[in-house]
Design a protein. Structure first.
Length: 284
């Protein structure tokens, strides 16, 4: 394959690092963004085009000359059917491989939108690789940053469950490696986790030690979490998906640890301690 690689969500955590690693590999990358002004702040020397899954008029520019796609579902799109027209057009134009960022345990969890997106890609006949990562470490410096920075509290409803936290930088590297050499990864799914399973109490203790101030984990209920996220201005669809994911986490669905990530990136995954050291400025 020698065409361009389209990276959706290139201003986000995983998309950015996927594009970065692809460029380091010498691949020709096209970034798809909803906000071109935001893309100008990226320290990546690459072409970006305005793209919207809900606007079919943006599909042509995104897919011309493209033979591989890094696909991530925008958090605001809670209905998987909103992505189907783009996938149909990718099929029509002969895209040869899609790497889709799915979700840990999605094979047994049909409620999040990722499940139906996987099934639609499978039925399309486009060769695929599904990456099913555990909870992102970067959720702590994005979605939950405000609570940690201002209140010193990790406010989310995961109970006492253990989670195999994963660094999105590692996910991006794994996605890029697959996109550059997809031959051995066609029509496969990988369960990506960090090196160990930790509780959010453990995460709070690690952040307390490294940041030098007390961080708590208050273990709110799902309804209290949902109310607070809506109050903070997060979109309803995004909040509902997050609430479902944290509810399933309570039943132990995110504690699994695998060696898939280490095999793909050929090194040990990033630890939560290293992630907190690298991102400390977000909670100052």
């Amino acid at each position: 394959m020698n065409g361009k690689i389209l990276v959706t969500g290139v201003t986000g955590n995983i998309g950015y690092f996927t594009a970065k690693y692809l460029q380091e590999c010498g691949a020709e990358v096209l970034g798809a963004v909803t906000n071109l002004e935001k893309a100008k702040n990226l320290d990546l020397n690459m072409e970006c085009i305005q793209f919207d899954f809900l606007n079919s008029r943006t599909y042509s520019a995104a897919l011309t000359g493209v033979d591989r796609i890094f696909l991530i579902r925008p958090p605001i799109l809670s209905d998987p059917k909103q992505m189907y027209p783009f996938l149909d057009e990718a099929k029509r134009l002969g895209v040869k491989h899609i790497v889709f960022i799915s979700l840990l345990g999605i094979e047994r969890n049909p409620f999040p939108p990722h499940y139906k997106i996987e099934k639609f890609i499978e039925s399309s006949g486009i060769p695929y690789t599904f990456l099913r990562p555990s909870f992102f470490m970067q959720n702590l410096n994005t979605t939950h940053q405000l609570d940690i920075k201002e209140k010193g509290d990790i406010f989310l409803p995961a109970g006492d469950a253990s989670v195999s936290f994963i660094d999105t930088r590692d996910i991006g590297e794994a996605a890029a490696r697959i996109l550059v050499n997809p031959q051995n990864h066609m029509n496969k799914g990988y369960t990506l986790t960090g090196p160990e399973a930790l509780t959010y109490q453990d995460a709070a203790a690690i952040m307390t030690r490294i940041l030098g101030r007390h961080i708590t984990y208050s273990k709110p209920g799902v309804l209290a979490f949902r109310r607070e996220m809506l109050k903070q201005g997060h979109a309803k669809g995004f909040v509902n998906v997050m609430a479902i994911l944290y509810l399933t986490t309570r039943f132990g669905m995110a504690k699994r640890v695998t060696d898939d990530l280490a095999t793909l990136i050929q090194r040990e995954p990033t630890t939560l301690e290293q992630y907190v050291i690298d991102h400390a400025q977000y909670w100052d």
